[in-house]
Design a protein around this ligand. Structure first.
Ligand SMILES: NC(=O)C1=CN([C@@H]2O[C@H](COP(=O)(O)OP(=O)(O)OC[C@H]3O[C@@H](n4cnc5c(N)ncnc54)[C@H](O)[C@@H]3O)[C@@H](O)[C@H]2O)C=CC1
Ligand SMILES: O=C([O-])CC(=O)C(=O)O
Length: 332
């Protein structure tokens, strides 16, 4: 029997990630090739005409799984009954703006959209925040939507995770699909810690540790980490625009694994509300290694952490604690 359609909200749908993301969702990349969807797209009034253009293109593409489109500049209407919410809408940094100015704009957007989701989304709606500062926007959304369970609110660090897989695959000339279990710890910012200490590569003689195969700790502890940390900036330099297709694809990976489960023996990175695991301060949204089953994520426990990793994990946590304080001062 055909499945009932799921309603998927994309905010900032007239922007560049939105433009890459909505056709992926309508093709079944996010929720599966047998899962019909109704797309809800939200943007702000100045983008209404562009949003309507995206809607026209979705109609023209005649996606068999796409059972309806809601395109709106009204948050309450856009959030109505949504099962999945991908929050891409936000205010990008403009020339001359301080970090605090960007933070102020975005946290107030996430505060008001928290209320719209809380009041209008379907019960058990899963929320993924993509817009920067992604971890702190997700935290604000969580704080101002107290009736949404905290386990349902996450932020995107899967792009960083996929970037780390990509770098290892290039370095070893192996298929990216044979590399697994890298970890992104912390913030989706240049303080993040891409960790390969538990990562492995599938070979003809079984899984082998990435450290053993690369056999170059100086590269793994230096250039590899900074390349992943700085990849967003490198894309902006090359394209004069920030990552869009890779961000959209990673957002699909994030939701797909969360809803449909991670493969046996594989974990992924998700920004989730810290419960104090690995001595990360509770009360921030921090990227951890997680496995997913039956629509629930669980932090992978018990991984040994060496001193060098500890320092990097603590530094990115400290940045998130500072961002939290800054965000609250913007809302005061
Ligand atoms: N977490 C991650 O891995 C990544 C995050 N990003 C972030 O994603 C966000 C979106 O990036 P792009 O699509 O390239 O930006 P964009 O500027 O092309 O699109 C943003 C869209 O959001 C809309 N918007 C602004 N305020 C809104 C509101 N209150 N409600 C609904 N929509 C609103 C804008 O009108 C625009 O259409 C940025 O914050 C960017 O920094 C980008 C790449 C990766
Ligand atoms: O750096 C940016 O503004 C875009 C971003 O988050 C990324 O590409 O990781």
């Amino acid at each position: 029997m055909a499945k009932e359609p799921l309603r998927v909200l994309v905010t900032g749908a007239a922007g560049q990630i939105g433009y890459a993301l909505v056709p992926m969702i309508a093709r079944g990349v996010m929720l599966g090739a047998d899962q019909p969807v109704i797309l809800h797209m939200l943007d702000i009034p100045p983008a209404a005409e562009a949003l309507n253009g995206v809607k026209m293109e979705l109609v023209d593409a005649a996606f068999p799984l796409l059972k309806g489109i809601v395109a709106s500049t009204d948050a309450a209407e856009a959030c109505k009954g949504v099962n999945v919410a991908v929050m891409v809408g936000g205010f990008p940094r403009k020339e001359g703006m301080e970090r605090k100015d960007v933070m102020a704009k975005n946290v107030s957007i996430y505060k008001s959209q928290a209320s719209a989701l809380e009041q209008h989304a379907a019960p058990n709606c899963k929320v993924l925040v993509v817009a920067n500062p992604a971890n702190t926007n997700a935290l604000i959304l969580k704080e101002f939507a107290p009736s949404i369970p905290e386990k349902n609110i996450s932020c995107l660090t899967r792009l960083d995770h996929n970037r780390a897989l990509g770098q290892i695959s290039e370095r070893l000339s192996v298929q990216v699909s044979d590399v697994k279990n890298v970890i992104i710890w912390g913030n989706h910012s240049s303080s993040q810690y891409p960790d390969v200490n538990h990562a492995s590569v599938k070979t003809s003689s079984g899984d082998k540790p990435v450290r053993e195969l690369v056999a170059d700790d100086a590269w793994l502890n230096g250039e590899f980490i900074s390349t992943v940390q700085q990849r967003g900036a490198a894309i902006i330099k090359a394209r004069k625009l920030s990552s869009a297709l890779s961000a959209a694809s990673s957002a699909c990976d994030h939701i797909r694994d969360w809803v449909l489960g991670t493969p046996e023996g594989t974990w992924v990175s998700m920004g989730v509300y810290s419960d104090g695991s690995y001595n990360v301060p509770a009360g921030i949204i921090y990227s951890f290694p997680v496995t997913c089953k039956d629509g629930e994520w669980k932090i992978v426990q018990g991984l040994p952490i060496d001193d060098a990793s500890r320092q990097k994990m603590d530094a990115t946590a400290a940045e998130l604690v500072e961002e939290k304080t800054l965000a609250y001062s913007c809302l005061a």
